[in-house]
Design a protein around this ligand. Structure first.
Ligand code: ATP
Length: 212
């Protein structure tokens, strides 16, 4: 059988409970062999405030997924000396995996709404399938029209016919209202974040003195 590989890119500043449940649902719902979590090297949209370095964000991802064989940290975007675009990462993975592999890219509903501003965004569909994790407030009817056209044309609910790329599938996972921005604010205010961040990641944040 062709390999089924999931890709989950993000800033992961820090990686949190919503990311982890998304990654697990992604693997389970699409029956993936593995999900690669790829922290972004140089994110181009950032709010102000204290942030972790690329190496620290990668380490937090590693700590959060330790002991979960289906989830794997991938440092390729951190190693790249310049800003990494998703399309370049997917081109690279497609070249490594070959044309027959099923490649899936996971994205949150808020990011989907921004998709048409991404570099070479339509090429994403020639490289991978798209899985969408709904986020509170996400309304497909309010997608910008070029993305809405793809959303309508490419959605597949019957997975007996799987393809290497080109389809869109919304995850069944119920939306969860949690963001790294809110967690950074809670950490800065010394509020309890139990249950929202993996305990090993929280211990690392405390040790490194992050987000204070
Ligand atoms: P920030 O608040 O710093 O912008 P974030 O919590 O949105 O961070 P990112 O690392 O930027 O986290 O997100 C990586 C991916 O995960 C994106 O595709 C984003 O849409 C998605 N994502 C993050 N949190 C959620 C959530 N609660 N529900 C659905 N998707 C999410």
């Amino acid at each position: 059988m062709n390999p089924r590989i999931g890709v989950f890119g993000g800033t992961f500043d820090p990686i949190h409970h919503a990311h982890l449940r998304m990654a697990r649902a992604f693997a389970a719902e699409l029956q993936l062999d593995e999900v690669r979590l790829i922290p972004a090297g140089q994110p181009y949209h950032r709010d102000s405030g204290p942030h972790a370095s690329p190496a620290e964000r990668l380490e937090m991802v590693r700590l959060a997924i330790a002991g979960e064989p289906a989830l794997r940290a991938d440092d390729r975007e951190i190693r790249r000396p310049r800003a990494a675009y998703t399309v370049e990462t997917l081109r690279e993975l497609r070249a490594e995996l070959g044309p027959a592999a099923e490649l899936w890219f996971l994205i949150g509903g808020d990011s989907l709404a921004q998709l048409s501003s991404w570099k070479a965004w339509r090429e994403l569909f020639t490289l991978a399938n798209l899985a969408v994790a709904l986020r509170p407030g996400f309304d497909p009817d309010h997608l910008p029209s070029p993305v809405l056209d793809e959303w309508r044309a490419r959605q597949v609910h019957d997975f007996s016919n799987r393809t290497a790329s080109g389809t869109i599938r919304p995850l069944a996972l119920p939306p969860l209202d949690l963001s790294a921005t809110r967690l950074r604010a809670m950490l800065a205010a010394d509020e309890a974040v139990d249950g929202l961040i993996d305990p090993a990641v929280l211990a690392y944040i405390r040790r490194q003195g992050l987000y204070r």
